[in-house]
Design a protein around this ligand. Sequence first.
Ligand code: SF4
Length: 755
Amino acid sequence: MKLTRREMLKCAAASSAIMALNGSLPMLKGAMAAEAAEPDKWVKSVCRFCGTGCGVMVGVKGGKVVTVKGDPNNHNQGFLCLKGALMPPIVYAKERVTKPYIRKNGQLQVASWDEAMDLVVSKFKTALKDHGPTSIAYYGSGQALTEETYLASKMWKAGFRSNNVEGNPRLCMASAVGGYVTSFGKDEPCGCYDDIDAATCFFIIGSNMSECHPVLFKRVAARKQADPNVKIIVVDPRRTNTARIADEHVSFVPGTDLAILNAMAYVIIQEELDSPRFYNKYVNFMTNDKKKVDFDAYVKFLEDYTPEKVEKISGVSADQIRKIAIMFASASGTMSFWCMGLNQRIRGVWANNLVTNLHLLTGQIGKPGATNFSLTGQPNACGGVRDTGGLCHLLPAGRLIKKPAHRAQLEKQWGLKPGTIAPKPGLHTIALWNAFSEGKIKAMFVLCTNPAHSLPNVNMYTEGMERKDNFMVLSEPFMDAETVKYCDVLLPPAFWCEKRGVYGCSERRYSLLMQSVEPMGECKSDIDILLDFGRRMGIDPKVIPFETVDDVWNEWREVSSTTPYNFMGITRARQEKESGIRWPCPTEDHPGTKRRYVRGEDPNIPKDYKNKYKFYGTKDNRARLWMRPYAPAAEEPDQEYPMVLTTGRVIDHWHTGTMTMKVPELRRSFPKAYVEVNVDDAKQHGIKNGDNVELVTRRDKMVFQAKVSDVCRPGLVFVPWYDKDLMINKLTLNAFDKGSKQPEYKICAVRIAKV
Ligand code: SF4
């Protein structure tokens, strides 16, 4: 099927912007002229945007990307949403950085690669000599390739002995990591996308899946369409497009979802819908201060969360709490999804635990259609940063810096002297940027991310980026990204289909992006940039014994092979042939794993193991059900700031908009950030659709155009965060979860007024 641009846009509008593209998509704008021409070749790749990780086929003609279509063999079965379908023009955007630049007298000026790298190296060497390894840092991305993050993390931790390795996944996924690790002893989801096709109840909380993970949501919607008995529960203070197809939309006072989740557990036990057969064998009940207790203690803990008590704080009726608890527990298979709405919170880890509790209490886990599934925001936050250990406290494949045995294992596998890896974890993202602002971090390497737009309370950090006594090198494909304003050296990286490597999406599926075209201008892959940097810095050659990205991949496979991650079977040859493989995958003839912790599916469990499930991340192979109390948000509304501000994404834009704002069709549909105001609040403040409204928080103020609707509940306003001219992160809060260190973007107090 081939669509004209007009047909495609009509189709998108008609389907609430969920697009089914089984055939090739004509390239938009400049390449429309090439619409009639068939590509010379199709090259296998992955979408550059969300953590759904859709497979794409890149159409190349005359050495240029001219079109894309969904990969029919990957999990998305040929479907792409509008963002994915419109990627090609981004490659050739006029804002592409195609040469290195050095800032001189406040202006970025073109330089040669040697000049740029010499300056970078001299700054890092001076920092190391004068202030030691803790004065340098790497800040990476859930959009970098797996090999890139693995390499950077190894260079810093083993080469420079600096554990200051962080990245933007700290801002979106850290609480999910904390949730999985505290509940199961291991990170990453247990189930897979195939579970959608078997589930009979979907519990979606803290996720606007229809806009943020459209192709997955399409699969959920198709499941409901095929079987009207399938139930959808959406827990969200906004009535989003996701909520509009729900059987039950639970709108609640922002921040009280922890109480609702505990109340659901209360009802499940009261209604005898719990599964003692499951939890008596596979679960430990844990107090908040890590003491093992019995089931009765858990029941006592839940007495504070009767539906009637929780109704008073959450605004959700006791009847509705009862109803959704019964739906969750009595379905033949319940699949829960969550994303930033739970993660970007000062109680993010607890919120994650409480969703998992419901699965452990009811045994809704480890069966087709029954699983607890955290959605990932970025295409490679899982496969790149979480799995390879690209955070300040991690080492590859779930190992921890603070554990001597883990450091020793890595040092041995890497062929390095014992004691090479420093024993103290580095600085987490907020602490790192605080240290940069205070001049304690002297040299920072930023790769594939836009912190001057994406950090919360961002004015604090851009002021720090302006200091004269610290240094930032930035590898960034687009000249108009906000962080470019602050960097001292700008390097031109190859973008998406101009390089080769792996993305690992939300379901532990690793798919290869094959190089489709040559990099533009003087661009180089980030692997080549990092290797060049490492060699010029004089890193021990044993740390970087690589010539190609495939060498890095092969070492990563080896490093994983002694852990339950185990990618040994995911060879390059297989990746080229197959469209994504789910780990663990220990051997070349292993098909990959759909469900972890299940005997007969997970290769880490012996076939003759006595029980059906083995939660092998914990010492006694039992998962943990945590007694996490409800606690208020970091900044509650008060007289001065009486409303709640929340932020998020819209379907047509991705993150800081540096890519999607370059596609005319996407830019036109959402050209400017706006504030969503509930009709009742609008009436009270005399605000009409299109009026200018000032938002004031304790950090800054800004004016947005109003969209008056019933989407937000009264007392709540929403602003999308993609717009660099209206950066809502100047107003958001940088308080963070004590465990995961993830900031509370989703809730802060705000005052609004018509201006
Ligand atoms: Fe890309 Fe996500 Fe859309 Fe799939 S759903 S095409 S991964 S943006």
